[in-house]
Design a binder for this molecule. Structure first.
Ligand code: NAP
Length: 243
């Protein structure tokens, strides 16, 4: 039976790039997202299984397990997320809870749901989660998303320890990347130019930049890497070239 990689958020800017790259490499993938039309189109393009569902509904994970059936799961990507940018005074409790649910609780639910199938994968399994540059570098107006992504980083460490050696758990932490999620910022040319200039490598990210590391972490070449959060951020988290 073929090992599968399940991608939550598989139709997104980053998730779809990972899905296409894996499919080109001959890996079987299964995509999960809410919009059935976009799922069906991408599923037909790359020839893979899909499940329509919302990660805020726990029943979604049961349906994905059912749809994937007895196939071992060698890869699990959780590429669902938010960018909630508001000053403290405007952040509501609902914002914090929604960001936590979508970014962190959903990731924990996905790992829990697919753990038995990951434990059946002959060569072990790899989980790739998504943090953000904003979890380690403080930015104004990022309190809610930074908290949620901080929780993802905690999950990487705890599950990395708990599930070793059979399942590796890592996260990619992008800086601003040109996807639908970031459209509020990337549709403004002046803003893109200004933000690009804050990076030692002065541009914003592309889905290909981010998918490259995710695909590497899913593969054999990363077989001794677990419990890591790795930035793909043009140096934004660690380097300052001016001032
Ligand atoms: N883009 C950036 O600048 C950036 C920066 C730092 C971190 N990240 C992280 O990178 C990851 C991928 O982001 P992206 O930029 O690729 O986002 P994106 O283009 O908006 O894609 C999000 C994906 O998740 C699905 N999704 C959203 N809400 C969902 C829900 N409630 N239930 C099920 N599926 C849902 C979307 O499809 P449907 O809408 O059809 O459900 C889509 O497939 C996220 O964790 C994000 O936080 C991104």
């Amino acid at each position: 039976m073929t090992d599968r990689t399940i991608i939550y958020g598989g139709t997104g800017g980053i998730g779809s790039e990972i899905a296409r790259a894996l499919a080109r490499a001959g890996r079987a993938v299964h995509l999960v997202a809410r919009d059935g039309g976009r799922l069906a189109a991408l599923g037909a393009e790359i020839g893979c299984g899909v499940t329509e569902g919302d990660v805020t509904d726990p029943a979604t994970f049961d349906r994905v397990v059912q749809d994937v059936g007895d196939s071992p799961v060698a890869g699990l990507v959780y590429a669902v997320g938010t960018i909630t940018l508001k000053p403290l005074a405007r952040l509501t409790d609902a914002d914090y809870l929604s960001d936590f649910t979508l970014n962190a609780l959903g990731a924990a639910r996905a790992v829990r749901a697919h753990l038995p199938a990951m434990q059946r994968a002959a060569s072990g399994a790899s989980v790739v989660l998504f943090s953000s540059v904003a979890a380690r570098q403080g930015f104004a107006n990022h309190a809610s998303i930074a908290m949620a992504k901080g929780a993802v980083e905690g999950l990487v460490l705890s599950l990395g320890a708990e599930l070793a050696p059979k399942v590796r758990v890592n996260a990619v932490a992008p800086s601003l990347t040109d996807t639908p999620l970031a459209a509020g910022m990337t549709s403004n040319e002046a803003m893109v130019k200004a933000i690009a200039g804050l990076h030692a490598l002065p541009r914003i990210g592309t889905p290909v930049d981010i998918a490259g590391l995710a695909v590497f972490l899913l593969g054999e070449g990363a077989s001794w890497i677990t419990g890591q959060v790795i930035g793909v951020d043009g140096g934004r988290s660690t380097l300052r070239t001016k001032g």
